[in-house]
Design a protein around this ligand. Structure first.
Ligand code: BG6
Length: 507
């Protein structure tokens, strides 16, 4: 069962009060990219904050034939940027004591049996977390083997964490969900979307639901449109074997961007209980206006990066990247326009865009307000006033800004735009990555920041027509290219519902 939601604790930084339970944390795919870049640093950070129980063991399950010492060297390498002070070295020493290494192929039942035997020796009734940091193609093998060795039903509680993408379309998502449910019940399943763990995304809940000031403006009467941008300057890197099969729409829009949209658009929940929150998000997803097949080109734009320059350095095109098929038509940029057909949002466009090798790394939500009903300053030197914007920057900067008009000092009636600027971090406050919060939630059994299956289903339903249309076009139409280091294909700048609307690229 879920513990009562800790969300309110998160909002008001009361995490220290949570209970610390003994736990065996098993990472499948422990030698992979996700474990090295996100999971190990986050676990180390939790260790530094003394947020993990003294008797928690971390078991790396991976294919490489490594000894425990080789694994520990790998952990140290993954954390080398985080260790500088003497104190951090002491914490690292403590951290390394937690590890065990279980070598095995994912289809090797004997390795699971060995894992089960070792878990039993360590402690009979503990909490077990299975974190699938593996390619979606091996999910089913691991899930079946966990069941065959009884690891899904240990004496204590067990939880399974599934990384996105959850399926590659609606049908495969349903199949995966059925498979999970054959071995685990819903309370044990944690479908992760790490964007929900980002501090500014959690701050969105607080911003919306702890401030009456905002609520009165948060609707179709005052908001002209909403833009959600997740721009990355990095290319596909060494993940092409995964990414080339997936593309930007599945990799980012189906999950991260649609979740951001749901948090912006949802109604206030009755409480911060996990299911109350998720009920409200699902209602938003259900209200998204379906896009008809003959309208897709009007609502969705794709693109693929060609060579160009990023941060003053030459950047290769997507087709020249390692492990990318030379004739790949995978999109590295996607922009989609959605309407939410409910009382609050009727006719307010939500523009979503994401891409790799764009001009800068910037994840932000830009909300443009409507113009005042009367242009009172038309006859003054100010003439037409520009609309107000609310800008919520998720990363790298974490801030909230509101642009308003103010009079310029002096004798004339001229106005200028002033930004009310609230940085998220003050003085020496340290920001967390998304995974610390989420890992702690998993260990403590709080599912409010994890995705329920009806959310997954609705998100696939929303984007599937676009995926199908792009698949059909593949043989007849070339994918639009954009130079690396730009803001994406030029088509993405010409598709707004209203000619006064355009992308907000700066904070
Ligand atoms: C992942 C995507 O889910 O999110 C990646 O698979 C993307 O392609 C990443 O780069 C972005 O997340 P973050 O936290 O690094 O901004």
């Amino acid at each position: 069962m879920d513990t009562p939601s800790r969300r309110i604790n998160i909002a008001f930084a009361k995490k220290k009060t949570a209970k610390q339970q003994p736990c065996s944390f098993i990472i499948f795919g422990a030698t992979g990219h996700l474990a090295a870049t996100k999971l190990l640093p986050a676990l180390f950070h939790l260790e530094s904050c003394r947020r993990i129980a003294k008797n928690m063991t971390i078991i790396a399950f991976a294919r490489r034939e490594w000894s425990l010492d080789q694994w520990k060297t790998h952990v140290c390498d993954s954390l080398k940027d985080k260790i500088s002070s003497q104190q951090q070295k002491v914490i690292l020493k403590q951290f390394l004591k937690r590890f065990r290494y279980q070598q095995g192929n994912f289809d090797d039942l004997a390795a699971y049996q060995q894992l089960a035997d070792n878990l039993q020796c360590e402690s009979s009734c503990t909490q077990t977390v299975f974190y699938l940091a593996i390619k979606p193609t091996v999910f089913s093998t691991v899930i079946k083997n966990l069941e065959l060795t009884g690891l899904n039903k240990p004496c204590g509680t067990s939880r399974i964490v599934v990384e996105k993408p959850f399926g590659r379309d609606l049908n495969s998502a349903r199949t995966l969900n059925q498979l999970l449910h054959q071995s685990f019940n819903e309370e044990q399943i944690y479908r992760i979307d790490h964007f929900l763990g980002k501090e500014m995304v959690q701050n969105l809940f607080v911003f919306r639901f702890a401030n009456t000031l905002i609520e009165s403006l948060w609707n179709r009467n005052y908001i002209d449109h909403v833009e959600i941008t997740v721009a990355e300057s990095a290319g596909v890197g060494n993940r092409a074997d995964y990414y080339d099969q997936v593309g930007a729409l599945r990799d980012m829009v189906q999950n991260h961007l649609i979740q951001l949209l749901a948090v912006i658009a949802m109604e206030p929940p009755c409480s911060l209980d996990a299911d109350e929150l998720r009920d409200e998000k699902v209602k938003v997803l259900r209200s998204i206006r379906p896009i008809h097949s003959n309208q897709i080109d009007e609502y969705a734009i794709r693109g693929q990066y060609a060579h160009g320059s990023v941060d003053g350095e030459h950047a290769a095109g997507y087709l020249q990247e390692k492990d990318v098929k030379k004739d790949s038509i995978t999109e590295t940029f996607a922009a989609v326009k959605f309407y939410i057909d409910n009382w609050r949002w009727s006719d307010v466009p939500f523009y979503l865009r994401t891409g790799k090798r764009l001009t800068q790394q910037a994840s932000m939500i830009a909300i443009r307000f409507k113009l005042p009903p009367q242009q009172l300053f038309r006859a003054t030197p100010s003439q037409t006033v520009a609309p107000n914007w609310m800008l919520l920057s998720i990363q790298p900067e974490k801030s909230m800004k509101i642009e308003i008009h103010a009079k310029q000092p002096g004798l004339g009636m001229e106005t200028r735009i002033t930004q009310m600027d609230a940085s998220f971090l003050k003085n020496n406050e340290q920001s967390l990555d998304a995974y610390e919060t989420l890992l702690l939630d998993i260990i403590e059994g709080d599912r409010s920041l994890f995705i329920r299956f009806d959310e997954v289903e609705m998100a696939w339903q929303v984007i599937e027509p676009i995926l199908e249309h792009w698949k059909e076009k593949a043989t007849t139409t070339a994918i639009p290219a954009y130079p690396a280091g730009s803001w994406g294909p030029k088509e993405a700048n010409q598709w707004f519902s209203n000619q006064n609307q355009n992308w907000r690229n700066t904070l």
